[in-house]
Design a protein around this ligand. Structure first.
Ligand SMILES: NC(=O)c1ccc[n+]([C@@H]2O[C@H](COP(=O)([O-])OP(=O)(O)OC[C@H]3O[C@@H](n4cnc5c(N)ncnc54)[C@H](O)[C@@H]3O)[C@@H](O)[C@H]2O)c1
Length: 384
């Protein structure tokens, strides 16, 4: 127990960055998340942002001007940028349905790729991206910033410490009562751009938090359900009731997944429902259990301490794991970009590798297919 509590005392080294070689960076997609990428790249002394592309005329330039980045060349598509530039690495910040084509294109142009979440829309797409990754020999890292957050990392440390014994059951919690994301339009909710809804937006984080904690086990079977009762209702968008007609994805999903190693995953996620949360996330093991307070995960934190439940000398006990108060947003996004750049410069491996996130995508894909078929399905991931 003390061992776990002491782990927050580990210092994070202050990193000295070698600026002898600057990496030439391009960004594809100049929307909301591209702001976080540009903000982080600006803080890296070993990076030059040389090009930004967006399908919408003027959008890439407006983004760079807003962030005071100068000397950038602008393009009207990722492909145009990749053809014209000699880039070391690319951030793919497009809406979901353009993740696979842009990532494959960038890898085929010899670029390392930092690809935003969700990995892709379908499992087949993710497999194609991984084939391109393998062929290129370049680094592909997925944009799951919660993995860089100290509080989130504690979940995996607790499981790895053996304190819970053998883990046999995972319950995903969280989800929103009223939070269909339309901050800058409808790219999250249209089939053509989002492709998938709550399941790929916040569900993918929730899956990663639990799957990664228990060692990224392979999913074997899925029984899934998705619905869209709220997304299609005009009153879900008080300021833009017309958005309801554009809604073409899921706003709620649930799944019962069997994972390798005899682990069960009970999953649910929501953008909208008549409930404040689907609950806390739980990890049950033979020697103890962990309660992770209801969280959206993407912000790398939870609203109150983790709780470990155990039996000690015949007594049922519960203790809280101290939180790291210094675990802020900026550090997490910095870590996501910095770890990618370090892997490139040091010849390391991807900080958030596709070989792990493919299982996350397989579950998302499995839930959607199972819902369509109306029964449980087996998950098959082709050799890559
Ligand atoms: N990691 C996070 O915390 C986080 C937060 C928000 C969004 N995201 C993810 O980031 C992605 C983008 O989200 P967003 O909110 O920025 O969306 P957005 O719709 O605001 O921006 C996406 C932009 O990509 C552009 N685009 C699409 N295809 C393109 C192409 N082929 N070439 C050039 N530009 C192209 C669009 O014109 C658009 O401006 C989504 O997949 C989302 O899931 C991640």
């Amino acid at each position: 127990m003390a061992d776990i509590q002491d782990r927050f005392k580990e210092n994070q080294d202050v990193q000295v960055i070698d600026t002898a070689k600057k990496l030439k960076i391009g960004i594809i997609g100049a929307g909301w998340i591209a702001e976080a990428h540009i903000d982080m790249y600006k803080q890296m002394p070993d990076v030059d942002i040389v090009a930004v592309a967006d399908l919408i005329p003027g959008k890439a330039q407006a983004l760079c001007e807003r962030y005071g980045v100068e000397g950038v060349r602008y393009y009207l598509s990722g492909h145009e940028m990749l053809e014209a530039e000699e880039l070391d690495a690319v951030s793919v910040c497009t809406y979901n349905t353009q993740h696979a084509p842009c990532a494959i294109d960038a890898l085929e142009h010899g670029c390392h790729v930092l690809l935003e979440k969700p990995f892709t829309v379908t499992l087949d797409e993710a497999v194609e991206v991984m084939k391109a990754e393998k062929k290129s020999g370049k680094i592909l890292s997925l944009g799951f910033q919660p993995r860089m957050a100290v509080n989130m990392q504690m979940i995996k440390k607790i499981v790895d410490s053996g304190e819970l014994g053998k883990v046999y059951y995972l319950q995903a919690g969280g989800g929103r009562r009223s939070g269909i994301p339309t901050p800058y339009g409808t790219t999250f909710i249209e089939k053509e751009t989002g492709g998938i809804g709550a399941i790929g937006d916040i569900g993918t984080y929730s899956l990663d938090m639990l799957l990664h904690a228990v060692g990224d086990p392979k999913p074997l079977t899925v029984s899934g359900y998705t619905s869209n009762f709220f997304g299609v209702r005009p009153d879900s968008y008080p300021w833009h009731p017309e958005y309801a007609e554009k809604f073409g994805v899921d706003d709620f999903a649930a799944g019962f997944i069997r994972l390798e190693g005899g682990i069960i995953l009970d999953f649910r996620i929501s953008w909208a429902m008549h409930m404040d949360t689907c609950g806390d996330a739980l990890i049950l093991g033979t020697e103890g259990a962990l309660r992770i307070p209801s969280t959206e995960c993407w912000n790398g934190d939870f609203p109150s301490p983790l709780k470990v439940y155990k039996k000690v000398a015949g007594q049922e006990i519960c203790y809280e794991v101290p939180r790291c108060d210094d675990d802020n947003f900026g550090k997490m996004f910095y870590g996501k970009v910095r770890s990618f750049l370090d892997a490139i410069k040091n010849g390391g491996s991807a900080p958030v590798p596709s070989s792990q996130i493919i299982y996350n995508q397989a579950i998302i894909d499995g839930i959607i297919r199972s819902n369509e078929l109306g029964h449980e399905i087996e998950i098959e991931i082709p050799e890559i």
